[in-house]
Structure formats: structure tokens, C-alpha cells
Design a protein around this ligand. Sequence first.
Ligand code: SF4
Ligand code: SF4
Length: 326
Amino acid sequence: MKDTFDLLMKTDFPAIRRAGLETLQVNLGYLCNQQCLHCHVDASPRRTEIMTAETIADVVNFIKRQNIKTLDLTGGAPEMNPAFFSLVKQARDLGVHVIDRCNLTILLEEGYQQTAAFLAENLVEVVASMPCYLQENVDAQRGKGVFDQSIDGLRLLNRHGYGINEKLKLNLVFNPQGIDLPPSQNQLEPMYKKELSERYGISFNQLYTITNMPIKRFGSTLISKGQFDKYMQTLKSSYTKENLSGVMCRTMLSVDWLGYVYDCDFNQMLDLNVGAKARSASSSNSGKTHLNDLLNDDLQGEEIAIMDHCYGCTAGNGSSCGGALN
Ligand code: SF4
Ligand code: SF4
């Protein structure tokens, strides 16, 4: 795979600082029941890297010490970490809002069929990738048969009240298949709602449109096809200043399966350490900053580590884990 890191290092992206820390996004490991071609962490059923119970205890401790409001769980399939269920319960007991980034198909797998009920009982918000409401497009991006299983997963969530009961939020994620920016979220969402309702009887709350980042597998594909420069030009020429105040790194930290900390999930994928102050806190462990290094730090106002991929967050309507920014 061709790495885009060196191409992104030199940047004129404006400096940004953390406004405050509200959300902890935690990658529970690379184990997954699927093996999607586009997966940016190369997750698969054979991966063995998952967050240990000890590191999960560090996460809970950090949530308490830093008064975290939202815990956002990713993977792999986060539900496949055996400690997923106890982590969710502990966070909920602390009054923390929990988000599960769910691939939908895991809900139907043997051994995980109680997961949907558990999520509903604990009022966990579900965010699920659904790149299209057409079968051929989803199967092309995520693998043959994934569309039908995803529809079954959505129906199961609806049966538990997701997308219907106002306390059970079910949000879907769209990302473009080519090198275009996502279409308007406000225009695409009603189309998704109409098509998924009429074709399959499915209800959901919001559609999040997310811009593809020029890193990892997508970045490598851009290079292979000779489209990297063109894509960067698209991102930069669509820079929208108003989006800068809403980029997700201003209110979140991203944590990898070993407990190391990054300014966002994309920086985690690039192995780009957190900004200045946190970086100095980590001098004892080979340049990497662990959650335990930041227990007493006030990260408000701290510098965020940026490179040219950051233009992916500010282009057009903007992009974040919660969809468009304007
Ligand atoms: S479901 Fe998600 S985490 Fe799993 S392989 Fe596919 S993209 Fe990767
Ligand atoms: S890529 Fe990460 S660090 Fe850069 S603007 Fe987006 S969220 Fe912030």
C-alpha cells in the first residue's frame, strides 16, 4: 500500500487549538466479523489486537478524571471485544452518553444476537455505515451479501425501538465512492429516508455525510490512479473557513487499542501524535502519549497536530464523525 504521509506533511492548513474535551473516541481493537476491501484499519476475523481489560480500566479512569461527556466506541467491530459490555455499563453508570459505531452485520452473528437488546437497554446511540440504499453499491464497497445483512440488522434495531423511540438514536453514515465531495447532507437524508422506508420499511434518525480522507487505503488508491493531486486540489479549493471552528478534534481525543492518544481518528491512522503539550508529557515513552499521561492535564487551548489531510474536514459542507458541519 502506498503511504500518503510524506505527501501530507508540508501544510498551510491554519493552526487549530482544542476548545475543550467532551468526547473520547476509543478503538477497541481490529477484530471484526467482516473484512471490507476499503477498511482503513485492515480489520478482519483474524486480527488479534484488541484492547485489554487493563487498558479499558485506564479508559474508565480517564473518563472520570477528565469528566468526559461522550464515549464513542469504534473498531473493528467494537462489540467483539469481550469487555465491550462492561465498558458500556460503567460509562452509562457515570452518566456518559455512549455511541457504538456498529457494522450492523455483527448483530446477526452467532453469540452476538443479544447485542441489539443490550444496546437498547443502555440507551446506546448506534451509528452505522450505509454507503447507499442500493444493494449493488453497498456490496461493491463492503462485500457481497453485506447489503442484505445490513438491512436485517437495521430491521432488528427498529424492532428494539431504534430510529422510532426518541431515546434510541440510529444514525447512518454515507461516504462517496469516488473522488467527489459528498452531496448535501440536507438533500441526501430525505432521499435515504424515503427509499429505505418504501423499499424495506426501515426508520432512522439522521444521515451523516463524511468526506473521504486522502490517507490509508483511499489515499493509496488515489496515488495508484494518479488522482492524489487532483483530490487535494478539490479539498483545498473547497476550503470553507466557517467549518474550522466545528472540526471534531476541537472537542475530542482519539485512543488506540493500546491506550495511546491522538487528536482524531485520522491522526491515529497516520500515527500522528497529539499536539505540543501532550507530546512533551510523553517524553518518557518513546514519543507516544498514553491516556495515563494526560490524567491531570487541562487540554483546553492546546495545539492540535495538523497536516494537509485536515482539508478533508473543512471542504465544502465540512465533515466529522457527526457528519456535515454546515
Ligand atoms: S465492518 Fe468496518 S471495521 Fe469491519 S472490516 Fe468493514 S470497514 Fe473494517
Ligand atoms: S483531520 Fe483530525 S486534526 Fe485535522 S482538522 Fe480533521 S479532526 Fe482535526
